[in-house]
Ligand binder design. Structure first.
Ligand SMILES: [Fe+2]
Length: 268
């Protein structure tokens, strides 16, 4: 019986990050693998696919791996939950009590159970998950030539070791930019010159200025960059910039909302 690409990888215990294109077949208990090529897209070298929540939280970032994904195909109608919640502001937090109070159909109920369970899993792990219904995020228009809002490719930074977890259940999913296709904006000469004019102080204080106003967290995509859409339902763990991190932080951004469709996002 021919093996699919996925189950052959699992059968031979290869980490997705090391997957190669191949043909495989099972015969007499042997799996024959023929390597065709090893040129992985940049993003593939960064992602480890976890098999379950335990694997997601227990697998450390290492080498080039700075994004872990627990791929899921979720059942239930998350759109029903989105439509049932009054969105009086651009971002509304859904707490467990509010979720439980919603009158939902069977499919809506399935979706709610998944949300409640994800919150429970992450809290038990010691995280502080927040479930947000998002019409749009606030735009940074303080520095039009360099917005530092979440629509810009950026990394998260923390003063203590931590990770970013996120899952989009409804609406446009978040995106990752492979580190190999990202350029720190403050290193682009034209942008750096603009920031120096904006700063206007003594040279020794410039780097502190860049971090104080979060300019150093933001990245440009290279012309041939191919950002990765993180998909719906998948639970992701992304590396954060903190002292002692063994890997580069994962570059990501919030997507532009499409057609006025709100997003349902878990993040912590
Ligand atoms: Fe972020």
């Amino acid at each position: 019986m021919p093996l699919s690409r996925t189950n052959t990888k699992q059968a031979i215990g290869l980490k997705p990050s090391a997957w190669v294109n191949y043909t495989g077949r099972e015969a007499n208990n042997l799996i024959l693998i023929k390597t065709i090529m090893i040129n992985l897209p940049d993003v593939e070298t960064q992602i480890y696919h976890a098999t379950d929540f335990k694997s997601l939280i227990s697998t450390p970032f290492h080498g080039t791996i700075n994004a872990l994904c627990w791929p899921r195909e979720l059942t239930g109608d998350f759109g029903e939950i989105v439509n049932k919640v009054a969105l009086n502001e651009n971002i509304v937090e859904l707490d467990e009590g509010g979720l439980c109070a919603l009158q939902l159909s069977e499919q809506g109920n399935l979706a709610r159970d998944i949300l409640l369970n994800d919150l429970k899993l992450l809290k038990a792990h010691g995280a502080s998950p927040v479930l947000n219904l998002i019409r749009c995020y606030e735009r940074d228009d303080a520095y039009p030539f360099f917005p530092t809002d979440v629509y810009s490719f950026h990394v998260d930074r923390a003063v203590v070791p931590t990770d970013t977890f996120l899952c989009t259940y409804y609406g446009e999913p978040s995106e990752i930019l492979p580190n190999a296709q990202a350029i720190q904006k403050v290193l682009v000469p034209e942008i750096r010159d603009g920031l120096k004019k904006l700063y206007g102080g003594e040279p020794e204080g410039f780097e502190s200025f860049l971090s104080e106003y979060f300019f150093d967290l933001h990245y440009l995509a290279t012309p041939a960059a191919r950002p990765l859409n993180l998909g719906l339902g998948n639970l992701w763990k992304l590396a954060v910039d903190h002292a002692g991190s063994p890997v580069p932080p994962c570059v990501h951004r919030a997507p532009k909302e499409k057609n006025g469709q709100s997003r349902l996002l878990l993040i912590c």
